[in-house]
Design a binder for this molecule. Structure first.
Ligand code: C5P
Length: 223
């Protein structure tokens, strides 16, 4: 078996998605954005007007929903919910505000973890999320944990959201990030934390290119 799995975890806005996508591109592996999967479940739950505290109903949504990640010709992942492209909708502030509440539900996590393990069993992957190194792929070949200061992460999110046409204030984004980190790190099942064998990379003063180069160098040294 010569499949390789790379786990990239970290808090909201640390630049994980961009880094993971570029690392996968450089190595020729498949990039899997697990946050997009939790966001897709959240979007479905919001569309179905499900009570955000109803764990049974949220679990049912996660089990019934059909989520697919497909890479388009530009190398970007598109997210499909029951065959509809929802790549834009899952990034809305409303989904961002609710996603941590949906992803703390054990039944939701169980289903997503199962799907993620199935994906990793098929090919070499760069899988990005919160609990990949600790929980989804504890035997991943290499693990990285990307962090950055809250201000730096909020600054990046702010720029990213503005580009997408959303007009949230900087203060609102700081609040959203802090709240999500808090819920993600304190939940009972698979909380956000570095795996003991993960390399921690503080991205506050590094460029995306520097982080990508660092990870690719580490991986190339081993495979
Ligand atoms: O990575 P992104 O910010 O899109 O993730 C959205 C949310 O999905 C996170 O705040 C977290 O609540 C949840 N998530 C998770 N486990 C993962 C990936 C994401 O709980 N592996």
């Amino acid at each position: 078996d010569n499949r390789v799995s790379i786990a990239i975890d970290g808090p909201a806005g640390a630049g994980k998605s961009t880094v993971a996508r570029l690392v996968a591109e450089r190595l020729g592996y498949i990039y899997i954005d697990t946050g997009a999967m939790y966001r897709a479940v959240t979007l479905q739950a919001l569309m179905d007007k499900i009570n955000i505290n109803d764990e049974t109903a949220l679990t049912r949504v996660a089990v019934d929903v059909d989520i697919a990640l497909r890479v388009n010709e530009k190398g970007h992942t598109r997210v499909y919910l029951n065959s509809l492209d929802v790549s834009k909708e899952i990034r809305s502030p409303e989904v961002s505000r609710h996603v941590s509440l949906v992803s703390r539900v054990p039944g939701v996590r169980k289903r997503m973890t199962q799907l993620q393990r199935e994906m990793a069993a098929r090919c070499s992957v760069v899988m990005e999320g919160r609990d990949i190194g600790t929980h989804v792929l504890p035997d991943a070949d290499m693990k990285f944990f990307l962090t950055a200061s809250v201000e730096e992460r909020a600054r990046r999110r702010h720029a990213e959201l503005q580009e997408r046409g959303y007009t949230l204030s900087f203060a609102e984004i700081v609040e959203d990030i802090k709240q999500r980190d808090n819920i993600d790190a304190s939940r009972a099942v698979a909380p956000l934390k570095p795996a003991p064998d993960a390399e921690i990379i503080d991205c506050s003063i590094m460029t995306v290119e520097q982080v990508v180069n660092l990870i690719v160098t580490r991986v190339s040294g081993r495979f």
